[in-house]
Design a protein around this ligand. Structure first.
Ligand code: HEC
Length: 150
């Protein structure tokens, strides 16, 4: 993913504005990450609905695996040149790049929390699964507070 995005950004440098019109380059990357963020919200809502309905955590294996996979991909979908200066609507704050270590640490906490949720999904411990959902939710909010405009 990271290599692909690097290639996309390099490609944009070569072909200039024409790439933007095709949804490549910064615009494509920004729209892709926004869509994936929205879909992660869909997955979180679906997992929560299953918890509230008292369903077996095992029913959430696919959702939690998808969420964990995405969580690990987050730093790679915020490459240089896709911030507020890109001229494309984005709520990513400049701090994503000016405080890169902090942003990556926040993404790593999210990935670790999502990994744990996926580990708990095949198990029998519904209470631990529900508690971990809240940990994941908090990791979303922590990053948004620091790195996403309202
Ligand atoms: C490491 C930081 C980070 C984490 C963790 C994170 N987000 Fe985000 N999220 C962002 C940033 C930055 C944006 C703004 C992206 C943009 O507009 O280009 C965003 C945008 C969003 C959006 C708005 C998308 C849109 O354009 O309408 C939603 C919804 C969202 N995130 C949901 C989530 C959920 C749910 C989680 C946890 C399961 C999560 N995010 C975890 C950083 C993060």
């Amino acid at each position: 993913m990271r290599k692909w995005i690097t290639a996309a950004v390099l490609g944009l440098l070569c072909v200039g504005g024409a790439a933007n019109a095709q949804g490549d380059g910064p615009e494509g990357v920004i729209q892709g990450r926004q869509a994936a963020m929205l879909l992660s919200g869909v997955a979180m809502g679906s997992i929560k609905a299953s918890i509230d309905a008292g369903q077996d955590p095992a029913t959430q294996r696919f959702n939690t695996r998808a969420l964990a996979r995405w969580a690990h991909a987050v730093p790679g979908v915020f490459p240089a040149g896709t911030g507020p200066e890109a001229g494309v609507p984005t709520k990513a704050k400049a701090e994503v790049w000016s405080d890169r270590a902090g942003f990556e640490a926040s993404a790593a906490r999210y990935a670790a929390a999502a990994d744990r949720l996926a580990e708990l999904a095949p198990g029998e411990d519904a209470d631990a699964f529900a508690a971990q959902w809240t940990v994941v939710r908090q990791s979303c909010n922590a990053c948004h507070t620091a790195y996403k405009a309202d």
